[in-house]
Design a protein around this ligand. Structure first.
Ligand code: NAP
Length: 464
């Protein structure tokens, strides 16, 4: 590697093109004191990570941040290298030949398990799988989900549980204008679901919902919300928390409105349950019921079983109990918190000892919490650390972007460049237009890559 006095523009790789990665790119573009060149390395052929494949399809307003991210990726100082997997196509050692620093913003792709009997029965799935399916994630391209169940349970009292419950509760016509793939719309149209149980293990004051998401449940045209007012009785510590925290107060107000509202005979019913833990999923060849235990809160606000059990007949179960980060080749990993250990975004090889040139941002840095905007300040902190370290960082030996291109080509990587993505983007918009929709997502990797190859062949064809 060269000395820190090297005169080449600052070269940074950002691994992951979701919100935390793209906020990091934006922050670098705005705050780096010297010229900068950034490669955004993405495992998928498509950009935007969880905004494209996690934000619910009926949350168009949240998804509109894509317009800002597209501007960031269109900046002439930025290159999108899609279909390039860190670990498979590039290691940290190799990357540090081409880049002065690497920011890992890879999110937390795995789901947490419940750890109860029956969890692996057919019909029990993680929200991660279900969200990937309805979002048209290429990893779920071959997944078939039939909604033949009449009653389902969604476990968890967070916003992902709300997203899943809302998508299941809506009439398919409400979802047709979104970018949901056609095969998913067909499955939603054939849904038999009548009852959806949303189950939180602690009380309403400990639920992780944000108010806007909770309020939306009361606006469902296809489902009544059912909530026992007794579930909203608070122990003294919860009552105090609600008094002191605005978000909890607002959530309680919304929940009290739900409990007071009479049912109006809508086709589906969304039952909100608190202080209820799943203890067993029952079934022989598939889910037949969920056994739950009534809880109380201890002095630390943890859920403690009371010994009162109930069996709820449900035929599908969606676990929405949080995400987990996964280790990356050649990087340290905190196997208790499922994050990469770091100090203000600097990856730590061991306590107090930074791993030279390696940084993290987003969920792999702080854990799977916060809304999209939370990643802006998080990424800015990482970029401040990187820029502060820069004078002492060894500089890349091969900073020419063509060098990394040659390296990836030699590894057999089929890179999807920004202009290739724009082709796919235009194709999806065209597919949507045929059905009066804003866009229809292309799901299969193969279809995406075929379009890329066709585009390349067109480019290579001599002009007659
Ligand atoms: P979350 O907010 O951490 O909620 C996870 C829920 O699962 C909690 O209620 C938790 O209860 C419960 N849980 C964990 N283990 C459990 C177990 N063994 N049994 C029963 N319940 C269990 O996570 P999330 O819903 O996956 O959301 C992740 C982040 O994305 C959040 O920050 C969320 O706000 C954000 N998000 C935002 C939006 C939006 O803005 N529209 C949409 C989706 C996601 P305890 O509290 O008792 O642990």
């Amino acid at each position: 590697m060269n000395s820190s006095s090297a005169s080449h523009p600052l070269r940074v790789a950002v691994v992951g093109s979701g919100p935390s990665g793209l906020f990091a790119v934006d922050s670098l573009l705005r705050t780096a004191p010297q010229p900068v060149g950034i490669d955004v390395i993405e495992r998928l052929p498509t950009p935007y990570g969880l905004v494209r494949y996690g934000v619910a399809p009926d949350h168009a307003k949240i998804k509109s941040v894509i317009t800002t991210f597209a501007k960031t990726l269109s900046d002439e100082r930025v290159r999108f290298l899609g279909n390039v997997a860190f670990g498979r196509d590039l290691t940290l050692d190799a990357a540090l030949r081409f880049y002065d620093a690497v920011i890992f913003a890879v999110g937390a792709p795995n789901d947490r398990a419940l750890g109860i009997p029956g969890e692996d029965l057919p019909g029990s799935m993680s929200a991660t799988e279900f969200v990937a399916w309805y979002s048209g994630h290429p990893d779920a391209a071959t997944r078939e989900i039939a909604l033949h169940a009449e009653a389902v349970a969604v476990i968890g009292a967070g916003n992902v549980a709300i997203d899943v419950a809302r998508i299941l509760a809506k009439h398919v016509d409400e979802l047709k204008p979104t970018d949901i793939p056609h095969h998913v719309l067909d499955a939603l149209e054939a849904s038999h679901i009548k009852d959806i149980y949303l189950i939180g293990r602690r009380g309403p004051a400990q639920a992780k919902f944000t108010t806007a998401e909770l309020r939306e449940l009361g606006e469902l045209t296809n489902a009544d919300v059912i909530l026992d007012p007794a579930d909203l009785e608070l122990d003294p510590a919860s009552a105090e928390a609600v008094e002191s925290k605005q978000i909890l107060k607002r959530n309680l107000d919304v929940l009290r409105d739900f409990a007071a509202k009479p049912q109006s005979g809508k086709p589906r019913r969304l039952h909100l349950r608190f202080l209820t833990s799943p203890v067993e999923i029952v079934g022989t060849t598939a889910v037949e019921a969920l056994v739950v235990e009534r809880n109380r809160l201890d002095e630390l606000e943890n859920a403690v079983g009371t010994g009162a059990f109930e069996t709820i007949p449900v035929q599908m179960i969606f676990r929405a109990v949080g995400y987990r980060g996964e280790p990356l080749a050649g990087l340290p990993f905190d196997a208790k918190r499922y994050v990469i250990p770091n100090d203000a975004g600097r990856v730590l090889a061991s306590p107090g000892k930074p791993l030279t040139g390696a940084y993290v941002a987003g969920w792999i840095k702080r854990g799977p919490t916060g809304v999209i905007g939370t990643n802006k300040a998080d990424a800015a902190e990482t970029v401040r650390s990187l820029l502060a370290d820069l004078p002492a960082l060894p500089r890349a030996a091969e900073p020419d972007p063509a060098a990394v291109d040659r390296f990836l080509e030699a590894r057999g990587a089929h890179v999807v460049a920004w202009h290739n993505w724009l082709e796919i983007d235009a194709h999806e918009i065209e597919l949507g237009r045929e059905h009066g929709r804003e866009r229809t997502k292309v799901v299969a990797y193969e279809a995406l890559l075929r379009r890329l190859r066709e585009a390349r062949e067109r480019e290579a064809r001599p002009v007659s």
